[in-house]
Design a protein around this ligand. Structure first.
Ligand code: SF4
Length: 259
């Protein structure tokens, strides 16, 4: 039973190079039907999940994601609103200069190093990519301060590619639920990309993050509020009756959350 609001994979999912053409059967605690049902429920809860980092174009998204390492999205947004108002292109960022960039972002952890990276990545975008943000992971990770996770977020949010940027929430959920257990984010990423049904792949990244942030929380999962409590195979679960399946209010969809 597919959610009619979810666009088909043919409509919205452009597979990233790393995952194109794959989807072999993978041994998993969850049956194909379980996986379909889990993501169908997430899609009802949050039909149009959104990333929470504010940006005005692909360049400012790259900068925002690079600034978000070990910082909250809300904290990054607070600093970048003023920064992006004066510098929303690589050239304007270079014109602003490292010292003034530092001033704008000094409330964000590791800001000195991050300011250096913003200057260096702006320079590289101009020198090597004609001032445009490249559209492949291989090119994106050549930018200073941009790792695989940042590249995945940019490919997904700026260019509509189905990727799985494994953050702390996704890493926890994949392991806690035994959905895609792995010792490293890369391992978890590969497993999740294999098991998530195609039609749900594009939004799966945000659904998992938001489920982790608001329900399957780090310290104590709130299983009584969980819509997949009956399907979850986590040894940590404390309840197995699923919560009512309804669309969540806007503040829990993804906009303006605190962490
Ligand atoms: S039932 Fe509990 S442990 Fe399982 S996904 Fe829901 S909140 Fe997490």
């Amino acid at each position: 039973m597919a959610n009619p609001k979810i666009k088909s994979s043919a409509q919205i999912v452009k597979k990233s190079n790393a995952t194109a053409g794959r989807k072999p059967a993978v041994k998993n605690l969850y049956s194909r039907a379980d996986l379909e049902e889990i993501f169908r429920r997430f899609s009802i809860q949050r039909p149009e999940p959104k990333g929470e980092l504010e940006h005005v174009n692909p360049f400012t998204l790259v900068v925002a994601v690079a600034l978000s390492a070990q910082a909250t999205d809300a904290g990054v947004n607070k600093a970048t609103r003023a920064l992006f108002a004066v510098a929303d292109t690589p050239q304007k960022m270079l014109d602003l200069g490292e010292e003034r960039i530092r001033e704008y972002i000094k409330t964000i952890g590791l800001y000195r190093n991050k300011a250096k990276n913003v200057v260096a990545l702006s320079q590289k975008l101009i020198t090597d990519f004609g001032g445009e943000v490249p559209r492949t992971r291989e090119e994106l990770v050549t930018l200073p301060g941009v790792g695989r996770k940042t590249a995945n977020v940019v490919l997904s949010m700026a260019f509509g590619q189905a990727t799985m940027a494994v953050d702390t929430h996704i890493f926890r959920i994949a392991n806690r639920l035994l959905l895609a257990p792995g010792k490293t984010p890369d391992e978890v990423e590969q497993r999740l990309m294999k098991i998530i049904p195609d039609e749900y792949l594009y939004h799966a990244h945000h659904w998992l993050i938001l489920h982790g942030r608001y329900c399957c929380k780090a310290r104590k999962p709130e299983c009584e509020r969980c819509v997949i409590a009956d399907l979850c195979r986590s040894p940590e679960k404390t309840w197995d009756i699923p919560a009512p399946l309804v669309e969540l209010p806007a503040q829990m969809i993804g906009a303006n959350a605190a962490s």
